[in-house]
Design a protein around this ligand. Structure first.
Ligand code: Q46
Ligand code: ZN
Ligand code: ZN
Length: 312
């Protein structure tokens, strides 16, 4: 197998793109494509200040690396979720992911914001999940509320123009698959590589949304990025992993099917399908405690949850 660009020995074979590349040209291809997607979906301009949500995983650390290689001003934000049951690394999932994120940032002299949820609000994610109505047996729902709240808070309070996350094609296709199974019109109308800024909610972008997960793993490994291999222990048995497995079966039989599923959706949307009806757009109010936008008339779900668990 030869590199399509230089004719040297190819190390990656991107079947879905009918493209084989050597290490050097693959490591250039990923940022080139990312730059194309940033422009195509009008994610941000060259002078905007970007906050990258980093988890210690391959996608978010690679995203940070790519944005810096493209010349953007990008700082990182790590949320310490306190998920530390005994794990492969012996350190616990959150401790190990924090260590690797700090290492990545310090080796490159980068600015990393860290918010430890337990130190800041008194409770880790597992404790919040065990003690709030929302979380019984399902920490991911609590975790989602906390992440959304904190990412937005730091982006807004620290004056960033845009919040970037490392969601890849496999993540987006799984979400799309779930929304399609239930024909969730409001979610289908909102899923897009960019969520514009609105009523105090920071603009959110997903520059890696058109790369396969395995492409990002190859990028991280070939770039020598040290990332956490283990998954969050609470992801085991989740619906999104089940959907990913189903889509992988399809992809195995028909290479490229996952990409066609997601990209055809983006094209259909650009052509006017799934327009967001005004009637399902919730009116947003400011939470009287934290000031963040919420669709409820009183305190936001994050503040209600912290108050409830703290009063027990
Ligand atoms: S970190 Fe949080 Fe995920 Fe763990 S508890 Fe669930 S949502 S699985 S990406
Ligand atoms: Zn080459
Ligand atoms: Zn609030």
């Amino acid at each position: 197998m030869k590199c399509k660009t230089c004719g040297g020995k190819a190390v990656v074979n991107l079947k879905q793109h009918r493209l084989a590349l050597c290490k050097e040209h693959f490591l250039d291809w990923i940022p080139d494509q990312t730059a194309r997607f940033i422009k195509k979906y009008r994610m941000f301009g060259p002078d905007e200040k970007i906050l990258v949500a980093v988890s210690g995983g391959k996608d978010s650390l690679s995203l940070w690396d790519i944005l810096l290689r493209l010349g953007y001003r990008a700082d990182g934000l790590y949320l310490g979720l306190g998920i530390n049951p005994p794990s492969e690394s012996g350190l616990g999932y959150s401790n190990e992911s924090h260590r690797l994120t700090e290492k990545f940032a310090s080796e490159r002299g980068l600015k990393l914001h860290v918010v430890d949820i337990e130190k800041t609000y008194g409770h880790s994610i597992p404790v919040l999940a065990d003690n709030s109505q929302r979380g019984r047996g399902k920490p991911c729902s609590v975790c989602g509320v906390v992440k959304r709240h904190e990412l937005n808070r730091v982006a807004r309070d620290m004056g960033y123009d845009v919040l970037a996350t490392g969601h890849n094609l496999d993540d987006e296709a799984a979400v799309l698959f779930g929304n399609t199974l239930s024909w969730s019109a409001d979610f289908l109308s909102r899923q897009w590589p960019v969520l514009p800024e609105r009523d105090g909610l920071a603009r959110k972008v997903k520059p890696l949304c058109r790369f396969y997960e395995k492409e990002m793993a190859a990028y991280a490994i070939l770039r020598g990025i040290e990332y956490i291999y283990e998954e969050c222990p609470f992801s085991v048995g989740s619906t999104s992993i089940y959907y990913k497995e189903l889509l992988n079966k399809l992809e195995n039989d028909r290479p490229g099917a996952k990409m066609v599923f997601y990209i055809s959706y983006l094209e259909a949307k650009s052509n006017g399908m799934f327009v967001e009806p005004e009637t399902i757009r919730p009116v947003l109010n400011a939470c009287p405690v934290c000031g963040q936008s919420t669709s409820s008339t009183g305190e936001c779900s994050f503040c209600r949850m912290i108050k409830k668990v703290s009063s027990q």
